[in-house]
Ligand binder design. Sequence first.
Ligand code: UDP
Ligand code: MG
Length: 189
Amino acid sequence: MQLSIVIPFYNEEESLPELISWIQRVVDTHRFSYEIIMVDDGSNDNSWEVVKKLQTQNEHIKGISFQRNYGKSAALNEAFKAALGDYIITMDADLQDSPDEIPELYEMITTGRYDIVSGWKKKRFDNALTKNIPSKLYNYVTGKLSGIQLHDMNCGLKIYRSKVIKSVEVYGEMHRYIPVLAKWAGFKK
Ligand code: UDP
Ligand code: MG
């Protein structure tokens, strides 16, 4: 299997159907062999019911459900353990990451022989003051400290070689630093 597409979510009932049909369009067009791993991080809306319905329409969807909200890192970590694809894509559920970037990420990681390729969040719908400025500062500081230059380290959309992601344990707020963890483990981005 080429791709495991991992989607952690917390109360995203509204965006999940559109996200999944968009992903399906892209992977079908490019004839990827794939699975979608959807991790419900303790949602208290109808997200899990939505996932169960989507599973009846697409046999490639796997669901993992947490009893309570453990945070995005824990959700990713569980999905990484379950993933069977040669490459693992992570993306946010709130439609801030575009599935249209999946083929480019796959092309880059396979032909470039990289271990990690990061998407670059172009759309920022969030409030500029509370999100954009802290995000720029965070990218700058993390880049300086780690020596890894990414436009948006915290972008939810990334692709990893499977053996890379299976070598790191992600917990707490560490999902923001997976490329740094991978670098410490000796991989190249
Ligand atoms: N998320 C999650 N658990 C949480 C909080 C968020 O799984 O406790 C999911 C959320 O549903 C989304 C992704 O993680 O799919 C990114 O979350 P958010 O949009 O809040 O982060 P930001 O865009 O600020 O990086
Ligand atoms: Mg978001």
